[in-house]
Ligand binder design. Structure first.
Ligand code: NDP
Length: 467
């Protein structure tokens, strides 16, 4: 179900940037070609002196894949948007420049800050509340701040300009379909809720292993690392969705309140040498391709000690979850892609004598993109009915027709902040990881090594992938 578009103009700041060309415009194209952004005008802006034709060419190129797959109506909608789009050259940090552009556009406008984070912040600081037309939506990319304090300061700047529910802090990692798949599984099945707690669940692992290495992104990544890049934002949100109390509705207020309550109760406990791990890849081979030592990659400052694999154990200190470790792990240049949550149940209290064979705890695996569900259970036989063996029940979950950024933009254009990160949550995520970052900075936790193409350091005991 989609609501009608409320935004009339989408203004993309950072028109020449990587995010705009590779993710935003293709995401928008799919949305438009499905008739889900009728009447929208697209405006690009950047510091380059581009001609209108240069911008249109960029839009056309980024729309190509969606245009190839579109029917007649979809193609017409794409052509109309692309014919009508305009480009403005401006320095968004110059006094009055952004305000003047904003006021010249048909309202309501959604302003997408596809800019370096520091420039986005300066651009917002350059705006005065009275210069921002009613109904304006501000779309902020990650990273949102670099600490709890800086996120709080950025939040203060933004809420001076527009109400909180008009601020979209983007987290494209969890698309709408994935969020709803998790909520559907948890809250539409009565058999799960009675066991979804500390009495029956031993641990929850949330794993996002990438086989990609640095891919020329040293400028950003070497200053961030795996903990800031993936765990601080995305994986803490997956954790929160798995751990929330049942909300009364799947509307933004109820859902985001529930997420916020989980994160407020979450901590990484000291000593960090026991509750966290970090590692950096050395030379190896991934999918037949040689990967150099991370420390020797172009643009990397080896002395910084940036981790390319991070793992933290988060404890949620509330009635439901007290004592259950949530292990969040993400890294690069690993032997295989893996994007899943593994929920491990406690063993049965007593296995009747006489059974033989496998007796392992039940595991529920939720795979992300494509979304899947696997449930490992012990069953009898085959052959000897006294002998237990493992069976896996599998299902594919619903997929989205949109690209992740199409889902983000649909939320923005229809004025639905359901999937946007709320201001207090952005601050909480930094609060949770900041003590760990400080301890790592002081080398309180050993920076380990793993070969590119391996599963990570041998001593990291993660539940293996599903077969
Ligand atoms: P790029 O460096 O590729 O692009 C930045 C854009 O900002 C350029 O178009 C640049 O234009 C423009 N710009 C810089 N300064 C000014 C200014 N003063 N006035 C107007 N325009 C300006 O960055 P990305 O596209 O990679 O990233 C943009 C944001 O998205 C960042 O916050 C990043 O963290 C986030 N992000 C990026 C992802 C990605 O895969 N790229 C993924 C997820 C988030 P010019 O070159 O003309 O100066």
């Amino acid at each position: 179900m989609t609501s009608p578009t409320t935004v009339r103009t989408l203004l993309i700041l950072g028109a020449s940037g990587d995010l705009t060309g590779r993710l935003l415009l293709p995401g928008l194209a799919r949305l438009v070609s499905q008739g889900r952004a009728a009447g929208l005008r697209l405006v690009g802006a950047g510091s380059d002196p581009w001609t209108p034709e240069q911008w249109r060419e960029r839009v056309r190129t980024s729309f190509a894949a969606a245009a190839d797959a579109a029917g007649t109506e979809g193609l017409e909608a794409l052509t109309a948007l692309d014919k009508d789009t305009v480009y403005h050259q401006l320095d968004v940090t110059a006094a009055g420049a952004l305000a003047a552009l904003l006021n010249s556009l048909e309202a309501p406008v959604a302003v997408y800050f596809a800019l370096p984070p520091r420039i986005s912040q300066l651009a917002c600081e350059s705006l005065r509340p009275e210069e921002v037309p009613a109904g304006t939506r501000l779309v902020m990319e990650k990273p949102f701040g670099s600490s709890e304090e800086s996120a709080r300061s950025l939040n203060r700047t933004l809420v001076r300009l527009v109400p909180e529910d008009h601020i979209h802090r983007v987290d494209h990692f969890l698309g709408k379909a994935t969020v709803l798949n998790i909520l559907g599984l948890r809250f539409a099945n009565n058999f799960l809720e009675p066991v979804w707690n500390r009495h029956h669940i031993e641990k929850v692992e949330i794993i996002f292993d990438e086989d990609l290495a640095l891919e020329g992104r040293a400028r950003y990544y070497d200053g961030a690392g795996a903990l800031r890049d993936m765990i601080q934002s995305h994986l803490l949100h997956v954790m929160a969705l798995l751990a929330i109390e049942p909300p009364a509705t799947i509307r933004e207020r109820d859902l985001r309140d529930a997420i916020s309550a989980v994160l407020r109760a979450s901590n990484v406990n000291e000593p960090f040498a026991a509750s966290t791990r970090r590692a950096r890849y050395t030379a190896g081979t991934v999918a037949g391709k040689d990967v150099p030592d991370y420390a020797r990659e172009e643009g990397v400052d080896a002395g910084r000690g940036t981790e390319t694999l991070a793992e933290i154990e988060v404890m949620i200190d509330n009635w439901r979850w007290k004592g259950v470790p949530f292990i969040l792990r993400s890294g690069k240049a690993l032997g295989a892609k893996r994007k899943e949550a593994v929920v491990t149940f406690r063993p049965v209290p007593h296995l009747p004598a006489g059974f033989t064979g496998v007796d392992s705890p039940n595991q529920l695996r939720i795979g992300f993109g494509p979304d899947t569900l696997q449930f490992d259970v012990d069953v009898n036989g085959p052959g000897d009915v006294f002998s237990l063996s493992r069976a896996t029940l599998k299902a594919e979950l619903s997929a989205s027709e949109l690209l992740p950024y199409g889902e983000v933009l649909e939320g923005v254009l229809t004025g639905d902040p359901l999937l946007s990160v709320r201001g207090d949550t952005a601050e909480e995520c930094w609060r949770i990881v900041e003590p760990v970052l400080a301890a790592w900075q002081q080398d309180a936790v050993l920076l380990e090594e793993y070969d590119a193409g391996s599963t990570g350091p041998a001593a990291w005991p993660t539940t293996p992938r599903a077969k």
